[in-house]
Design a protein around this ligand. Structure first.
Ligand SMILES: Cc1cc2nc3c(=O)[nH]c(=O)nc-3n(C[C@H](O)[C@H](O)[C@H](O)COP(=O)(O)O)c2cc1C
Length: 248
């Protein structure tokens, strides 16, 4: 296994960081790594906002419910972005582009672009011995994040990544067995998947009982059913449409 793959398969989310700050050089390298992710049609339909203002960090910590964002991490906010693409367009062109980028396809394009850039950034950080935590819970109040970051039309916040020096060494969370999610030539039938899920539930039960914090008896299948039974994102569609995304 080469060093890159070792870094990937050693991943665990870090939610506790030391006070040590990232250097400008580290931040620059992480952003450079992000920028070289593949990008659909060379659109680079995303922006990254590095948040250093203590008041804004405090607000993001409060919105997301993740207190360590405030003091002990460098915070990167990843946004889907079709704003810059219109800056050099004429008014007529802007109207056409605005109409077209409001498709679901273009929402997916920008979201996938931003996610690829983010995972490059995450991996770059982890390869430097830093820890990361993706923060999707900033979407609990997208309007507030939008306002704090002064996001124009056609720019929406997707998620953040908190990066810092790890002050924790959590057990690694197991992943699904490969046969449960990697199929050849066609989607696997439910019986094959159910067998794999039973194997995984057993593994997950052992993981939750053996880990050093927050021990409990749990199965992955039960956990995800409970999770997905909760409705989510009621404000998302109206917000997206106000920002001229996902209108058709
Ligand atoms: C898009 C995305 C959003 C996430 N948002 C949060 C979050 O808001 N808070 C949090 O504590 N972890 C968050 N996570 C981290 C996941 O909980 C974590 O990756 C998952 O439980 C697997 O654990 P691991 O990364 O340690 O393997 C997020 C992960 C992703 C990919």
């Amino acid at each position: 296994m080469n060093e890159t793959i070792k870094t990937m398969v050693n991943h665990r989310t870090i939610r506790k960081f030391t006070d040590q700050k990232l250097t400008d050089d580290q931040i620059q390298q992480i952003i450079q790594a992000a920028s070289f992710g593949s990008t659909s049609s060379y659109l680079m339909a995303y922006s990254i906002i590095g948040v250093t203002d203590p008041e804004k960090k405090a607000a993001l910590a409060s919105i997301s419910g993740q207190p360590y964002i405030e003091k002990n991490s460098h915070f990167l906010l990843f946004c889907a972005d079709f704003h810059r693409h219109m800056i050099e367009a004429s008014d007529d062109e802007k109207a056409i582009i605005s109409e077209n980028v409001s498709s679901t396809e273009n929402l997916l394009i920008a979201t996938v672009d931003a996610t690829i850039a983010a995972q490059n950034a995450a991996l770059a950080a982890e390869s430097m011995g830093l820890g990361i935590c993706y923060i999707g819970s900033i979407r609990r109040d997208m309007d507030k994040v939008d306002q704090l970051m002064k996001l124009p039309e056609h720019v929406i916040p997707l998620f953040g990544i908190a990066i810092g020096y790890p002050d924790d060494n959590p057990e690694q969370k197991p992943r699904l067995p490969q046969k449960a999610f990697y199929f050849e030539n066609e989607y696997a039938n439910d019986q094959i998947q159910a067998e794999q899920l039973a194997i995984f539930d057993q593994k997950i039960e052992e993981y939750y009982l053996s880990r050093s914090t927050n021990k409990r008896t749990d199965h992955w299948t039960k956990q995800v059913i409970e999770n997905l039974k909760k409705p989510r994102g009621a404000r998302l569609t109206p917000y997206l449409q106000e920002k001229k995304f996902n209108k058709k």
